[in-house]
Design a binder for this molecule. Sequence first.
Ligand SMILES: Nc1ncnc2c1ncn2[C@@H]1O[C@H](COP(=O)(O)OP(=O)(O)OP(=O)(O)O)[C@@H](O)[C@H]1O
Ligand SMILES: [Mg+2]
Ligand SMILES: [Zn+2]
Length: 285
Amino acid sequence: MKTQQLQLKKPELEVKGLNKRYGKGCSNCQTPEMLHVKDNRCQHCGSVWACIDVNFELYKGEILGIVGESGSGKSSLVKSLYFDDAISSGSATISTYKNGEVNIFTESAQQKRYIRNYIMGMVYQNPYLGLKMSFSSGGNIAEKLIASGTFHVGSIRDRARQLLEHVEIPLARMDELPKNFSGGMQQRVQISKALANNPPILLLDEVTTGLDLSVQARVLDLIRKIQRDLGVAMIVVSHDLGVIRMLADRTMVMRHGRVVERGLTDQILEDPQHPYTQQLVHSLL
Ligand SMILES: Nc1ncnc2c1ncn2[C@@H]1O[C@H](COP(=O)(O)OP(=O)(O)OP(=O)(O)O)[C@@H](O)[C@H]1O
Ligand SMILES: [Mg+2]
Ligand SMILES: [Zn+2]
C-alpha cells in the first residue's frame, strides 16, 4: 500500500514519548538526558534507558521495520508495547481500542489482558517464550482462544485447523508437541497462535534470526502472505537489514535507545542520512 494514502487515515497505533528504564536509577540518571548521548547506560548505578523518547505511528496493514545493533532497544520497545515490561513513561493509543482515546499503558491489568488477547499478537525470537512446549500445537492455539472466551471444543479445533493450515503446518501434526518441531515450524506455530483472535496488530521480534536461509525465506513469505491476506499491521524487529528490506514499507533505525533515522525503507537503504545507518547499509552491501 502507498504510504501517502495510508497517512491520510488515523493510525492503528500511535506511540508518544515512550521511555523505558531498566534498573532503579540514581541521582545521575533520573532522565535519559542526564546521560552521555552516546551511551544509555548509567555509569554510576548501571541502569539502562533502553528506550528514549520513542515516537511513531503504525498504519493499518503496513509493515514497520525496526532495525539497529544488539542492545539498541528494539526488543525493549516491543516488549513494552505488549506489556511484558512496564514502561517508565509515555503513551500509546490504538484506534480499534476505545476509539484511540485512552493511553493503553495506564489501563487496568484486566484491560491489558484484553488488549493482548484481541488487539495485539506477539511473536518472540525465542519460541520458548511464545509457546507452551508441553501443549500440542493445537493446544497452544486453543489456550489463546479459550482466554478470549471460546469454549466450544468443535469450534476451537476448527479454528486451530484453519490457522495451522494458513501457516502450512501439516494437520497430521496438530496434536504433536512443538518442542519436537524444527525452528521454522515452531515460529510458524507461534505466528498462528498470535493470529488466533484476528488481532489488527502483530509484533514480530527477530522472528527469523537463527534459522537457515531457506527456512528463513519461507517464514518471510508467510509474513508477507499474512499482510496480503489479512491486512494486519505489523512491527517487524530485526538486526538484519536484509529482512527489513524484504518486508518493511517504512523503517525506523534505533541506536542506544533512540530512533536516529526513519523513513520509507527504500529511501533509507538507498540514501541513508545518519552516519550509523550509512554504516549499517554499507555492511549489507
Ligand atoms: N530485563 C532487563 N534488565 C536489565 N536490562 C535490560 C533488560 N532487558 C534489556 N536490558 C538492556 O536494555 C538495552 C536494550 O536491550 P534490548 O534487548 O531491547 O536490545 P535489542 O535491540 O533487542 O538487542 P538484540 O538485537 O541483541 O536483541 C540493553 O542495554 C540491555 O542490556
Ligand atoms: Mg532483541
Ligand atoms: Zn544511575
